[in-house]
Design a protein around this ligand. Structure first.
Ligand code: K1U
Ligand code: ZN
Length: 175
């Protein structure tokens, strides 16, 4: 497994709509492994393929928070939201492509999602709590949407400027 580089906002690849995946092959399985490794290493609770520069509709997540609990890695290919609850929930979201920036985002509290797994089988599950927030955040990444797109323009601009500064600093350090 290889840790991949996570793209930082702003980057045109984070604004693009990712392509559906036709079938599961060795390369896709390797990408899923690498994405899980990258997510756990960050650390994070989710990661979408566009965040590592691959414009394909695959995401990984593991929202188990208790340190002594067994990990529950999930790989979702071509995920689709079939149903959303009327009830909404607010969570202070972060993003590995926008480090150290957090903001409250309101989303449906529960969602039913259908996807293809790494065996090519169709799966369907109702998510709630942090899992529901995370899967919606990750599916947004596949559609080129970031959590800051839910914020007021001024707050979004402020975060984007901070990120541009961070990227300039990191580019200088890399020289
Ligand atoms: O997609 C991403 O950028 C990953 C992101 C997922 C996410 C976080 C919060 C709400 C919705 C989706 C993260 O994992 S940010 C890091 C984070 O939340 C975290 C890190 C360590 C422990 C617990 C949480
Ligand atoms: Zn994110």
């Amino acid at each position: 497994m290889t840790r991949r580089t996570i793209l930082l906002h702003p980057d045109p690849r984070l604004k693009a709509k990712a392509d559906p995946i036709g079938s599961v092959d060795t390369e896709l399985r390797r990408l899923a492994d690498d994405m899980l490794e990258t997510m756990y290493d960050a650390p994070g609770i989710g990661l979408a393929a566009p965040q590592v520069g691959i414009l394909q509709r695959m995401l990984v997540m593991d929202c188990v928070k208790e340190e002594d609990a067994a990990p529950q890695p999930m790989v979702l290919i071509n995920p689709e939201i079939l149903e959303v609850s009327e009830e909404r929930s607010v969570y202070d979201e972060g993003c590995l492509s926008i480090p150290d920036q957090y903001a409250e985002v309101e989303r449906p509290a529960e969602v039913t999602v259908q996807w293809m797994d790494l065996d090519g089988k169709t799966q369907k599950e109702r998510f709630d709590g942090l899992w529901a927030t995370c899967v919606q955040h990750e599916i947004d990444h596949l559609d080129g949407k970031l959590f800051i797109d839910y914020l007021k323009p001024l707050k979004r601009q402020m975060i984007t400027r901070k990120m541009q500064k961070l990227k300039r600093e990191r580019a200088r350090e890399a020289k």
